[in-house]
Ligand binder design. Structure first.
Ligand code: NAD
Length: 410
């Protein structure tokens, strides 16, 4: 009897700077994990596609059409960091990829690995998954510079047509506009709630700045609650409902309703104002599980949380459209020009992004094998220099040696 091997075609972009080093180390680990876990019955067929500096040098284009086509065809890809082109006309390639494929959720799991240097006393209490909106807000921001015709026209329009009186220095203002929509917010919050339900997480927290920006940020919060109360009524309990009960029947009745919902395993939907949230994640990280937030808040929150558990060398990310299934998984750090070619780069961010990708493909066992190998390597304190420099008795391995060590642990 012949067995057919299940193969997945996956385009990859090694990336610029340290990209080639971390990709080489990571690919060997991923291939080994898949082969070993499934006894050779599953396999990834990798195809390199060009983007960034390498693409520019070879084709004159930072993001060639062929790359977009290949990723669209496969509906999935993995990438290392890319140099952001400096100059007029070209925006960040990462942003372009996300926009072209409408990858509306930037998903960042943040957890602590034992042995990793952290600034916190109890870093293991930080365990969250961030859903950052990836297509609106400042990513779709419209800006006009100081003294431009556009700014002048806009300020004239705002003051004469819309009775705006609060622009403090109209002659020397630049103007920025950010759109946040009901549709964009609700598809993101839906993805976060569905993730919480699938993974039996206790809560989804909507992080916003609605106390100041009532219609955009406040809209995000309200539309998030609306979708929970309409589409996930049986599986969730919102703190907005809690407040209504509190007003109508008192605090005891509200607490009883909350307790009952928790006992029934319902996901609690709550909200926190962004500045307070940055305090909360330092003081009480254990209170938060899944986070849904707008683009700019998500930018700050993602980096702050990554720093709490060991920094960008170990933070993975995925950009996903849950409606079309399109997804790009990526290392969250940059090209690290200061350590290129020195064997100092930590491949964990890319490897853990591969773990997310394998989970997304349903290849959970291979994903777990890589996670367990990373856990073990970090506990034994055989690590790359970014961690070794901060630890007392660690053994410092090069990027390649670290990859090879992981393979021995799978
Ligand atoms: P960076 O993330 O490249 O580096 C910041 C610091 O972190 C450096 O000291 C670097 O050595 C260290 N570092 C980063 N990744 C590491 C790893 N895997 N292991 C060990 N140390 C690591 O940020 P930057 O210097 O601000 O940016 C450099 C370039 O990367 C710029 O062109 C920027 O636009 C680009 N960038 C790309 C992405 C992306 O493609 N997703 C993200 C951020 C920055």
């Amino acid at each position: 009897m012949t067995h057919t091997i299940e193969t997945k075609q996956i385009p990859y972009i090694p990336g610029d700077g340290i990209g080639a080093e971390i990709w080489q180390a990571s690919q060997a680990v991923i291939d080994h994990a898949v082969a070993k876990t499934y006894n050779g019955q599953k396999k990834i067929e990798w195809t390199e596609v060009l983007a960034g500096e390498k693409a520019f040098n070879e084709t004159g284009d930072w993001l060639p059409e062929a790359t977009l086509e290949a990723i669209k065809q496969a509906n999935i890809a993995i990438k290392g960091p890319l140099t952001t082109p400096v100059g007029e006309g070209v925006r960040s390639i990462n942003v372009a990829l996300r926009q072209q494929l409408d990858l509306y959720a930037c998903v960042r799991p943040v957890r602590y690995f034992k042995g990793v240097p952290s600034p916190l006393k109890e870093p293991e209490k930080t365990n969250m998954v961030i859903f950052r909106e990836n297509t609106e807000d400042v990513y779709a921001g419209i800006e006009f510079p100081i003294h431009s015709d556009e700014t002048k026209k806009l300020i004239d329009f705002l003051t004469s047509e819309l009775a705006v009186t609060k622009i403090r220095f109209p002659e020397t203002s630049a103007i920025g506009i950010k759109p946040i929509s009901q549709e964009g917010s609700q598809r993101l919050v839906t993805a976060a709630i569905e993730y919480a339900l699938l993974h039996q997480e206790p809560s989804v927290t909507l992080v916003h700045k609605g106390n100041i920006m009532k219609f955009t940020e406040g809209g995000f919060k309200n539309w998030g609650y609306d979708i929970a109360e309409s589409q996930f009524k049986a599986q969730t309990f919102t703190m907005r409902t809690y407040q209504t009960i509190q007003k109508e029947a008192g605090v005891e009745a509200a607490n009883d309703a909350l307790k009952a919902a928790q006992e029934q395993g319902k996901v609690i939907i709550k909200d926190v104002i962004a500045d307070n949230f940055l305090q909360q994640i330092l003081l009480y990280p254990e209170k938060y599980a899944v986070i849904a937030t707008t683009n700019l808040n998500g930018d700050y929150v993602s980096d702050a949380l990554a720093a709490q558990v060991g920094g960008i060398g170990i933070s993975p990310g995925g950009n996903i459209n849950y409606d079309t299934g399109a997804a790009i998984f990526e290392a969250t750090h940059g090209t690290a020009p200061d350590i290129v070619g020195l064997g100092k780069a930590n491949p964990c961010s890319l490897l853990l992004s591969a773990v997310m990708m394998l989970e997304y493909l349903g290849w959970q066992e291979a994903a777990d094998a890589i996670t367990q190998a990373i856990e073990q390597a970090l506990i034994t304190q055989k690590v790359t220099s970014d961690f070794a420099d901060q630890l007392e008795n660690a053994t410092c391995l090069t990027t390649q040696e670290f990859g090879e060590f992981l393979i021995t642990l799978i």
